[in-house]
Design a protein around this ligand. Sequence first.
Ligand code: ATP
Length: 366
Amino acid sequence: APRPAASSQECAVSVRSLSKEFGTGANAFRALDDVSVDIRQNEFFTLLGPSGCGKTTLLRLIAGFEEPTAGEILLDGRDLSHMPPYQRPVNTVFQSYALFPHMTIRQNISFGLEMLGRPKDEIKRVTAEMLRLVRLDSMADRRINQISGGQQQRVALARALAPHPKVLLLDEPLSALDLQLRKEMQIELKRLQHDTGITFVFVTHDQDEALTMSDRIAVMSGGKILQIGTPREIYDKPQHRFVAGFIGEINLLPAEALGDHAYAVAGVGTLKSDEAFPTEKGGKVMLAVRPERITLSEPSDGTLPGVVTNVVYHGTDTIFHIRPADGLELRARSQNNSARRQSFATGDRIGWSVDPSSVSVLVDEA
Ligand code: ATP
């Protein structure tokens, strides 16, 4: 029997058939197009996609800064559609931080609690707790204009977490930081989410960031969610060509379905996939294979043919460029520290193979 949909209790945020149009008539632009997603309680959920795909619009609709054109948003099972932003149990961390530069770290964190009219002793206690949580207790009385960008980022987080929202929305909060600090803050954010148990909805266009931090990812393009899954599912089993190409490196091979999980690549041979793909015999598909899943060997009966056209050394691994047939190119990644380290040179004839579990089958959209 099909598993029943998650109950509204298990969902922190439930987005149902949500659309958003900006402008009217001939100038109408559909920034979000019939999007549905259930974000679970206590989840680190990421909206990932290129610039303009609608990530920020979805976040702003959840926050209540925009009104939907159609559809609804439920929080803990309650319809939020007509609730003003300040009444929603949701808080937002903006890219710009939006801190008060002349106030101290402590004042910035307690300000929101004061606005909410919380009792004095509670404000004091929670502010101290937040300062410890983001590890700024030793400099609590410094002003914002006297601290670094990374420290400002932590103040913005502490301030947003202080009222203990059910859901924290984060719009590219790390984009202003340099790479080193960004990596540190990625780990820090993950820890904060874990320690507070608050549901995080995180927006980024950075695939690595999404893969390292998230419990689940929704990949967006052109106002739609294309695929939702764990980082591993999204990486290993992309269901769209866009998803396959947007996250990590991918080889795409045009092929024809032969039936029985087998696919013919013209001029090369037959590849098998574990996936039961609903294509009739003769149907055109695209096979997607990650470079690290291709095994290179001496040419033999069990392998597909190819010629090495380039060898690029990267320290921990080497990328072999392979031409399996005219007009086709593959990249195969081989780890340099493994016992089975490959040493082929440009011009070598090689054999290559892929386990059926590592071949994804996509509709040929092109
Ligand atoms: P980025 O990563 O660049 O912030 P995004 O995925 O967050 O991109 P959105 O900000 O959600 O994208 O915008 C989606 C689309 O809607 C864009 O094409 C944008 O130009 C358009 N858009 C957003 N806000 C408005 C607005 N107020 N009026 C008109 N169009 C808008």
